[in-house]
Write a protein that binds this ligand. Sequence first.
Ligand code: HEC
Ligand code: HEC
Length: 202
Amino acid sequence: MKNKLTAFITLLFFVFAMIGFQNPIASNSIDNNIEQTTEKASEEAFDKMMQVLTHKRCVNCHPSGDRPRQGEDSHYHNFDVQRGTDNHGVVALRCETCHQHENNDFSGVPGAPEWSLAPLSMAWEGLNRVEIAKSMLNPANNGGRDLEHIVEHLTEHELVMWAWNPGIDADGNPREKPPVPKDEYIKAVKEWAEAGAHIPEE
Ligand code: HEC
Ligand code: HEC
């Protein structure tokens, strides 16, 4: 008798559960809630990521003109350093003459492999965060990269990683790091990409 009652209650439970799940209003609102939560998480991730991309450690090397910028005030690079035809400077003043593969904290010259200016199509100076994100995802501007390659560049490339190990400037002061810790930034980039790389309107 007790067994039958338990079986009946269990059956009732399943029937109600199925009605509950099939009820379009109930399940729609569950979907909407999930969608809203994902969208919010993706916007927070975007926000974190862009706090880094708009930082001078990145933008000093992604200028809109033909001269790199330096320092916390993003002044024009000393010695009239120019982009040159291959973004590595003019013949007489190549980036790699001074910039080595590592920071030189005695002379204050920052360094990392492939030190050179981002091509003009990847200029971020003067753009707001939405414009930077759109340019970064546009294969016409970003060197023909798809999302996967952009994520890889953003989370692994040595010039990007340098921003969290920026060394000491020529006056002996440590350069400022981006406002988001490296691990948190990498996590945010991946979360944003996995949620569909949505760029909010501003
Ligand atoms: C020393 C100069 C330098 C610094 C500093 C630098 N970049 Fe770049 N960046 C480059 C160069 C050069 C390229 C082009 C590389 C290529 O196409 O192979 C590039 C390309 C990129 C790209 C490829 C797509 C595109 O449209 O720009 C991304 C994304 C990027 N950089 C992000 C960053 C971020 C984020 C930072 C700061 C945390 C940063 N970079 C700091 C020089 C720099
Ligand atoms: C004659 C030596 C020399 C050459 C050539 C040179 N640099 Fe520099 N660069 C320096 C020194 C020194 C600093 C550090 C200045 C300081 O922070 O006080 C510096 C700093 C920078 C910074 C500043 C980083 C930051 O966020 O503050 C960038 C970006 C940069 N150089 C890019 C380049 C690029 C790109 C080239 C080639 C087109 C280049 N430099 C060529 C000596 C040089």
